[in-house]
Write a protein that binds this ligand. Structure first.
Ligand code: NAD
Ligand code: UGA
Length: 470
């Protein structure tokens, strides 16, 4: 019947589509799952025999893909073919902030979602459940429904039943770096929709491994808005604690002591209270700006301004850290070597989208610094794209330059400062006497994540600044 899903297609083989479908396929061996993408390069990488070469790095992902790929998990560029075979299609394409036109800089660009909906409208056969997995503005399901409706009823022939569609919203709450754990043991799964049969069909997929009471059902608009709201609340906590970190530095308080004290209140909770260089990642900023845009659209200026401040504070925090490095290095970093520890937007991912390291490094390059960057998962070519200049260029002539180095010791070599920006575990266990010996004195550690052992660094003779420590 309609309510049993046997074949799933996911449009978009990115950070969400890839891991999410891998877990669904792993947990539902009786369902065929095909992940499609326009990027042949990305699909080839998902199909690589060497599981360490998957396009997304997530702890545990290689094992899940290894179990399911070729059995009931497939990666393909044959988009229309996979849609035609599917009972259910996830749309998991990118929804970045618009760069031009109406709403530029705030509204989400829905052109990839719209293109996906048009392809589904064209290629689908019989009844198809279409699921928004991408994070979308409230009421986008209406747009998708309209595009699909235009082709409903067509395709009637002896071999082909008429096309029909049900649209659901099923936002994804996974965080990068813990994607597999989040997918295998979600706090909740959210399904929004109007068609009970479609909702139950999708719920049955998750029911293979998620407890029934964790599968929440809402109307479409609540589901879409819950995703934006969850990210807004999470990001707001980070801006809140970062604002208090600055205040701690000014007053002699310690933000980690404050976080522990307030986090012990069960109404506040202890998670997501880590002060740092500001939040990065592809979604927080984009989703809040989208919320801000929608609030303005509905005439809610005060609500828009309230959420906008979360992003403003985050920019300020990133800029504050770059400036503090410069001012402590006697007001100039021109020609000075600075070791940058970490480039990814958080630990355990190769993703650099909106990484605070980008803004901070660019600011230091602008001032003529020579950066020696170490990150275990970010490639030199990715750094070059993000920094807008190739490795090595400009060295020696007062222009800023950078290079990727393999180890902390090389990052420290000849450097006046180390700047810790990503909380990779390896930075907690640095051999400080060895590092201090290769740095130029007086040497600094600027620890924007409070990850390093500051006491050991001090004992080795470094001056230490730690975020949120007065
Ligand atoms: P991504 O850029 O990594 O992947 C999107 C993929 O979609 C790309 O590979 C692109 O080539 C493909 N694509 C675009 N248009 C297509 C089309 N018409 N046909 C076939 N393929 C197409 O993006 P992502 O990080 O996976 O994010 C996807 C969505 O999920 C976004 O809306 C994002 O806000 C949301 N989200 C992301 C995360 C996260 O941690 N990254 C978490 C939750 C939700
Ligand atoms: C975030 C949310 O946590 C996910 O629930 C959501 O699905 C996802 O966005 C999304 O919609 O894309 P993600 O951005 O992958 O996930 O990672 P987070 O762990 O939330 O970290 C985001 C940023 O905040 C990172 O730069 C991180 O270092 C920073 N952060 C996080 C802090 O500075 N302090 C904290 O206490 C927590």
């Amino acid at each position: 019947g309609l309510s049993t899903i046997r074949s799933i297609c996911c449009i978009g083989a990115g950070y969400v589509g890839g891991p999410t479908m891998a877990v669904i396929a792993d947990r539902c061996p009786d369902v065929q799952v095909t992940v499609v993408d326009l990027s042949a390069e990305r699909i080839a990488a998902w199909n690589s025999a060497d599981l360490s070469r998957l396009p997304v790095y997530e702890p545990g992902l290689d094992a899940v893909v290894g179990r399911a790929r070729g059995r009931n998990l497939h990666f393909s560029t044959a988009v229309e073919e996979a849609i035609a075979a599917a009972d259910l299609v996830f749309i998991s394409v990118n929804t970045p902030t618009k760069t031009k036109g109406l709403g530029a800089g705030q509204a989400s660009d829905l052109k990839w979602v719209e293109a996906s909906a048009r392809t589904v409208a064209k290629a689908a056969q019989g009844h198809t459940i279409v699921v928004e997995k991408s994070t979308l503005p409230v009421r986008t399901a209406e747009v998708i429904q309209q595009i699909l409706s235009a082709s409903e009823g067509s395709g009637v022939s002896e071999t082909q039943p008429a096309k029909s569609f049900s649209v659901l919203s099923n936002p994804e709450f996974l965080a990068e770096g813990t994607a597999i754990a989040d997918l295998e043991k979600p706090d909740r799964v959210l399904i929004g929709g109007q068609d009970p049969e479609a909702i139950e069909a999708l719920a049955a997929i998750y029911g293979h491994w998620v407890a029934p009471q964790k599968i929440l059902r809402t109307n479409l608009w609540s589901s879409e808005l819950s995703k934006l709201t969850a990210n807004a609340f999470l990001a707001q906590r980070i801006s809140s604690i970062n604002s208090i970190a600055a205040f701690c530095e000014a007053t002699g308080a310690n933000v980690r002591e404050v976080a522990r004290a307030i986090g012990a209140d069960s109404r506040i909770g202890e998670k997501f209270l880590q002060a740092g260089p500001g939040f990065g990642g592809s979604c927080f900023k984009k989703d809040i700006l989208n919320l801000v845009y929608l609030c303005r659209h509905y005439g809610l200026e005060e609500v828009a301004a309230y959420w906008e401040q979360v992003v403003t504070l985050n920019h300020w925090q990133q800029q504050r850290i770059a400036r503090l490095v410069i001012s402590n290095l006697f007001g100039t970093v021109s020609g000075k070597r600075i070791g940058v520890l970490g480039f990814a937007f958080k630990a355990d991912t190769n993703d650099t989208r909106e990484s605070p390291a980008i803004r901070i490094c660019r600011e230091l390059l602008e001032e003529g610094a020579v950066l020696q960057i170490v990150d275990p998962k970010v490639s030199e070519s990715q750094m070059a794209k993000d920094l807008g200049q190739p490795a090595g260029a400009g060295e020696g002539d007062g222009d800023g330059s950078w290079q990727r180095v393999p180890e902390v010791l090389q990052a420290a070599s000849g450097a006046d400062a180390l700047l810790l920006l990503t909380e990779w575990q390896q930075f907690a266990v640095i051999d400080w006497p060895a590092v201090a010996a290769v740095m130029r004195q007086p040497a600094w550690l600027f620890d924007a994540r409070a990850k390093a052992d500051g006491a050991l660094a001090r004992a080795a003779g470094l001056q230490v600044w730690t975020v949120g420590e007065g």
